[in-house]
Design a protein around this ligand. Sequence first.
Ligand code: ADP
Length: 770
Amino acid sequence: MSTVPLPDNEAQRQAALQTYHILDTATEKDFDDLAELASAICQTPIALIGFVDDRRHWFKARKGTELTQSDKEISFCAHAIADPQEIMVVEDAAADPRFAQNPVVKGFNLAFYAGVPLVNKEGFALGTLCVFDQQARSLTAEQEAALKILGRQVMDKLELRRKIMELETANQHIKELNRHLEANKTEMQAIGEETAVINEELRTSNEEILSINENLSALNEEVTAINNELKEAYQHQEQLNDELTKNEQQLQAALEQTSLAKQAAQLGMFDLDVVNNQLTWDDRCKELFGVSAGKQVTYTNDFVDGLHPDDKGKTLQAVADAYNKALTGGRYDVEYRTVGTDDRKIRWVRAIGQVLFNEREEPQRFIGTVINISNEVEARNKLQESEAALQAANEEMAVTNEELQSTVEELDAARQQSNEAREMLDQAISSARIGTWHIDPGTGELTSSNRLKEIFGYYPDEQMPYDAAINHITDEYREVVNSAVNEALSKGESYDLEYPVTGHHDKKMRWVRTTGRLFKGEDGSKDFLSGIVLDITEQKQDEQRKNDFIGMVSHELKTPLTSMNGYIQMLLMKAKRNEDMPTANILDKANKQVAKMTTMINGFLNVTRLESGKIYIDRKVFDMAELVKETEEEFMATVSSHKVVFASVAETCVDADRDKIGQVINNFISNAVKYSPPESAIQVACVTRDGMAYVSVQDEGGGIAPEDQERLFERYYRVKGEHTKSIAGFGIGLYLSSEIIQRHQGQIGVKSEPGKGSTFWFTLPITVKA
Ligand code: ADP
């Protein structure tokens, strides 16, 4: 740490010292003399005149030392200038704590110091005039006073020196000015000459200016006119400005509306910096690509990868086309699906955009909007589907129409044919004298033709209600007809009946044949029951006559046949007794033929009895097992051509005409023998089925065609064919069988397949044993 005390105003002191320009200057005799004088007066070997700057104590004059300067830190003078008004005296440096360790004291063996500060008019101590001695000692008062005077002399010298320096500088400046003046003088002269020339030029210019002035005034007028125009233009401009302001306001409103519309339409915005491939989407656009709002998007990761695989090709092509200014002018309008990056949801969008190009037609920026059209696409798809369906329906309809057209034509033709047929039918009906009728099932009302009324003994213009008509049927048949009509109405079953009626007015008895059938109403028309009525009185009378004749003939034939049978029996017994076997054989054959003839004649008699209502059912309870047993014994004795097998029969009691039921079984077995090949098997059985006795005869014959099966039980019906030609018969056996079984509340039928044999069967109600 520095031990040197610094004056309070050190900075100003340093600045003042610099104004004397004394530091590092050459020695000057005046200063050397004054140092000499101080040494002499104070009787010291060393005397110095030095100045203290910021770091050193520099010596201007020195006596008794070769040093030119010393470090400020070890300088005595640096201490001395701290108090400018006082002389500093150090009588024995070794005894002074400030200097005892000072290297100068030791190095130069110094002990005594006295220094008077060199103070200028402003009071700054610039340096000192000082003396050193190697002996410790003191100064006399005279010496101290003399040293102070010498100090002031040094200061005067210093001031003088500065004055001289300033004067020299001023002198130098004046000389310089003089030189300048000299130079200016010559210049002024040249200027004077130039001024004369310029003056001349000015004069001519003045004239020019005058004429220019005139021009200017003309111009002025023009300018005024222009000014006015400008003023008007300005006013116009103001108006325009007003309008512009209005337009701007409107524009602002439109922009706000657009923004609102954008919001309402939920438009998404995209902006692609094509050059730097930087894509910007607003939140709505991100939403349409299923990207979360905060995410930073890229062209490849979010736009390209966000496209639905099926739409990627066309969309990227649309972008490529938009980049081609010549092709599209930069316009872009495409519909595609996006697959949500985050939510994987599929959305239909429409994107409309515009590419901005630079002067070389290179795409720079690509901006546009995206809107969700999922609903529209769905609606459009539905529309297309329904249009397609409509189209298909239309085509179908066209086909149907054509079909309908041809159907209508066919229908017309059919109607035509039907009309013709109806006319023919009407003709046939009228020529065949057939009556027709019609019943409305809803009201039960009967409509009948005139011919029908005539058959029932009514006049053509009379009404014939159903109840009245039914009352004209004889008591025996009335209920049969009534229930047949009701069955036809309720179950739709058709009927074909023959019955006698008594004429309304003429009371004449007529046999009629009536058919009836329920016709189902189509296309909304009602059901109706309809049929025909035929007067078969004559036919019936013919039949009656025929029956009477057959009955009479059969009856007349029966008596000689009985006698013949008797005689043959007698002859047969006689021949056997005489052991005349050839005669016995012939008589046996004659006996069989007579038996056949008897059966036939009995059949005819039965038919005539049946027809005239004279057949009589003699009921009594008997066991079917016994009847079958008797039949078996009978056939075993007479039939050897076939293997007739009788199954064992359990006791089965029925309440019936034993002879007539036996006749039916006989007829079945006789037919089986007649219509199946020799040696074939015939199975006879009687079992109980559903509470009924079920009798069946099964053969291995040629079988019967279905259409014949329906009619086998009609009177005189025989199957036409080679085999029936060679086999005798009249077609009355099954007819009689059927009539007998019906009168026993049983059923009769046949199961047969051509080539596979037939099974004839009948049923009878079982009863308890008496
Ligand atoms: P007929 O035998 O006297 O002609 P039926 O009334 O007994 O009269 O028989 C009617 C017809 O039924 C016969 O003509 C025959 O064509 C047919 N028929 C009856 N039984 C059989 C049978 N078992 N096999 C084949 N056809 C039969």
